[in-house]
Design a binder for this molecule. Structure first.
Ligand SMILES: NC(=O)c1ccc[n+]([C@@H]2O[C@H](COP(=O)([O-])OP(=O)(O)OC[C@H]3O[C@@H](n4cnc5c(N)ncnc54)[C@H](OP(=O)(O)O)[C@@H]3O)[C@@H](O)[C@H]2O)c1
Length: 302
């Protein structure tokens, strides 16, 4: 079958190649992949993977072989999956990392949800009730950002979306952002929660805005720049502020089903900003890393 594999010493760090079909374990389903998405880290850090690693994590496809344990979706079901080796004609993935897509949904666009959706959902859920709280989302024009804006605002938060330039603000107000600001320095007042995906100078600036008892979720570092915290900036009187790392997308099946439910019910819009064949991965990756995609890249596996 055809797959995109890591080539740490050549080209952009990946290339399409012919590889053996994956062999599904007893508690795995084998999926015929039809649509995938591209995550920031997958292309930015492709060279960090050992040569030959099958890349990609987010997929939509049909079940070719059900799990022999008798659990999980049946043969022929459309599923959404989060697991290793998604950029391929076939993918073997644990039943706990898939969710069956309810009938009547546009299956293709759902492929962009797994990584960014589970990430935003879990980070915000770990914060507690959001009603009435001020939630700052940095890198709001991107994949995690566009989901976080919607999830927080639909739970009653007052969402402030930060973007890098005026053109990157498009669509964020209609997704639920109360304020869309260019650059974090334009924000006045304290915030209770931060969903932070940019790093560099943005991280200490966001930390400075955090209220006593507030939580900053450090989810990513899209800037690729180091951060410097001013002396004494990590202690203050009053309730403790928290800076939390995020990286737990294990066993995402139930959360994938939750995200599908939100989309089906019209509570979450799927932020597809670029769509094309997986043969155009280079072009898609350049657009994503060049900050020209409003949301997510969706690739059709033809
Ligand atoms: N911890 C986890 O499990 C997890 C899960 C998903 C993602 N992540 C990480 O979270 C970060 C965001 O992911 P994403 O999917 O939202 O990425 P994305 O779609 O590429 O969005 C990133 C946003 O960051 C902003 N940005 C600022 N400086 C940038 C730069 N130098 N290059 C590129 N973007 C820059 C851009 O907004 P403007 O153009 O408006 O400035 C862009 O929209 C990445 O670092 C990713 O690896 C981590």
């Amino acid at each position: 079958m055809r797959a995109i594999i890591a080539t740490p010493d050549a080209g952009p760090g990946y290339r399409p190649d012919e590889v053996p079909d994956p062999v599904a374990g007893p508690s795995q389903v084998l999926i015929a992949v039809e649509h995938v998405s591209v995550n920031h880290g997958e292309v930015r850090y492709a060279r960090a993977f050992p040569a030959g690693t099958m890349l990609g994590h987010d997929a939509v496809g049909r079940v070719l072989r059900a799990a022999t344990t008798g659990t999980g979706p049946r043969v022929g079901a459309w599923v959404i999956a989060l697991g290793a080796g998604a950029w391929a004609h076939r993918m073997a993935v644990d039943v706990g990392a898939v969710a069956e897509i309810p009938g009547g949904m546009d299956v293709a666009e759902l492929a962009v949800l797994p990584t960014v959706g589970v990430t935003a959902l879990r980070a915000l859920r770990s914060t507690g009730p959001l009603r009435g709280r001020r939630v700052l989302v940095t890198g709001a024009s991107g994949g995690v950002g566009r989901i976080a804006v919607q999830l927080a605002s639909s739970q009653g938060a007052e969402v402030i979306a930060v973007v890098g330039s005026a053109s990157r603000a498009d669509g964020l107000a209609s997704l639920g952002a109360k304020e869309v600001v260019v650059g974090i320095d334009a924000i006045a007042g304290e915030v209770d929660v931060v969903v932070e995906t940019v790093g560099g100078v943005v991280l200490p600036a966001a930390w400075r805005l955090l209220s006593p008892g507030g939580v900053l979720h450090s989810i990513g570092w899209a800037s690729g720049e180091p951060a410097t915290f001013p002396v004494n900036s990590t202690f203050a009187p009053g309730a403790a502020r928290s800076l939390r790392s995020f990286g737990d997308v294990a066993s995402p099946g139930a959360d994938l089903a939750c995200l599908l439910g939100l989309v089906r019910d019209g509570a979450l819009r799927v932020p597809v900003g670029w769509r094309g064949s997986w043969r155009h991965l280079d072009e898609a990756a350049a657009a994503l890393l060049g900050r020209r995609v409003a949301g997510k890249v969706l690739l059709d596996v033809d």
